[in-house]
Design a binder for this molecule. Sequence first.
Ligand code: GLC
Length: 738
Amino acid sequence: MNDTSCWKGAVMNIDQILIDMTLEEKVKLLCGKDAWHINGVERLGVPEILITDGPHGLRLSEGLDHSKTVPATALPVEAGIAATWNPQLVKIAAKAVGRECQHYNVSVLLGPGVNGKRSPLGGRNFEYYSEDPYLTGKIASAFINGIQEEGVGACLKHFAGNEQETRRFMIDAVIDERTFHEIYLAPFKMAIDQSNPWTMMGAYNKVRGTHACESKELLEDILRDKYGYDGLIMSDWSAVVNKVETVKNGLDLEMPGPQERDQQLIDAVESGILKIEDVNKHARRVLELIKKATENNKTVEVDWKGHHEIAVRLAEESMVLLKNDGVLPLYTHEKVAVIGSFAKNPRFQGGGSSHMNPQQLDIPLNEIAKLGKVVYADGYEAEYTSEGLIREAVEAVKDADKVVIFTGTTEMLESEGFDRADMKIPSDHLKLIKSIAEVHNRIVVVLNCGSAVETYDFEGVSRALLQSWLPGQGGGLAVANLLYGKSNPSGRLSETFPVRIEHNPSYGAFPGTKKEVVYSEGILTGYRYYDTKKMPVQYPFGYGLSYSSFSYSNLIVDVGRLAVYVNVRNTSGIAGREVVQVYIKDVDSYEFRPEKELKGFNKIYLEPDEEKTVMIQLDEDAFAYYLTHLGKFAVESGDFIIKVGSSSRNIHVEKRIHIDSNVDVREMPTLEDTVKDWLEDPRTKDRMNQMMEQMDIDEYSPHYGIMVGMPMTKVLWFYQMQGASDEDIQKVEGMLCY
Ligand code: GLC
């Protein structure tokens, strides 16, 4: 029974409880009671608590029947939530989810997931925020703060290197140090720094050879020591392989339970393999979580209608208008043919553990029909169509003014548990679109998918393209409002839409071999790759159209305050929202850096013709990058270009600035480095010049070019080859060593 009321008002004295607990009771705490409960200590009055999925809305099984879950507000999936670029709104939505958790007595919500998007084929890309670590970290922090402000814990997951579904339980993610910190760990660190999640979840996979849930490097060295994280770390469900190793290396809680491994731990303690201090440390963290949960437990009456309105608003702000030649907005007097069964049976969520039971569900077709004159045809059923369905659809569009076709992926194509085979919409959907295009030329395509799809096959016949993601229970009303201009599109892509999958930098290295997946693209993932390589993309990161238009001017950068100011004007007659994005380019970095990196953004609302001075605050580490030889992030002195725009490819104003740093990021030249390295580094330049003077060598000497390319270990040999005496060689050798 999950009744935490017994502790309402009482204070759990954890120190005393640990003293009173037996080893058996402590060990029992380190494993869940069942799929969704964490054990308490009944003898000492410590209650069990309830934890459950899911990251964009509560998924709580009724009893142990996982096929039935309680009704709760279904938000858009994470990819869509990130596409709002609106942390304030995300936090409001998260607070609603937090209240629903309280209502159902759930103490921890298992989300958000902040893994990266190496490839658009990632099966769970829908459930992760962005290809960019900064956007991911900001949105995740907003979500976690929202949940936790309602007294419910979040669970930052899956730590780490879980960027694919293929062989996720055993694949070894081979990630170089800089890429790991700069791209895949960065969102975790930002979320820890900016929202301090009550719990985290270790991933299924291995990272650099060791299972994440038993990796001392991940759980102790990085999370505890480097990041100072002090919350509870649980395993992903059935992610524990070597229980003793997980306890030894930092995992607090194995989920789910029971796992019948208590005796294994007891034996390990009694035989000295495992220190009792480790067991106590983990048991303490479980008790601390239970204490926090019980102290924050409260009775909440849910405003379901209000939560639905939040879900609609979030869905509206998540949808991205990718193309519009003026065919949108629709007008109420127009006859509109709506084609595609997704309009009737909406694709509002992804497959897997995030799958939930929406408290209500707006049907796109019904909502569109409330705003205009509509005819409808199924067009297809799931991935498949038929001659009959196509014929019906073609008939339906015959005398329509405009056609709106819904397409995208299905749960058979995009879900947790497997990666996508390609980036295409179902071939039968394409067949339907092309058949309709033969008889109609005012086609709007609405995409339901959790990650990028190739659009080149139907771009030519689409006069407008709206990416609606998997938009949650409010998606039906949201899409109708946007199509008819009752709301103004303001979503911006949270991931690049490449022209085709082969252009993606991970192509050929995703999902790896049977044993390992090497992140060979390194830090050049997403727009970092496409923009650095100056590659064409279908739709760039950060991109999205509006029914309004905006202009940018008067960029000011206050380096001291890390603040960027820019004037933005709404140059249209329609009020709308713009996402002002700030990217940086390190002009002359010691190690290679991408063409641009997102380091700030601000979503603003502007009335027609209104102009605002927008301030974008950069984080302390905005100019830093990870230097492996230093083992940390550092800012390098030098020039940067601040690029401000409405997408990674639409930079409207930029300014060159200089940053002074007291950190010398360069590696001190060693004897293995070349004469050139020694001449170019100010710390060894003088000594090298003195040695060359002593050797009577300068840039006009024969073989000078050969010499400067030599490692310092060869300089004496080179000097000897020039006929130097033993005495002279000893003099130079003396200069080399001091
Ligand atoms: C799943 C997922 C994780 C989820 C957990 C509980 O396998 O990887 O995200 O929270 O199990 O359902």
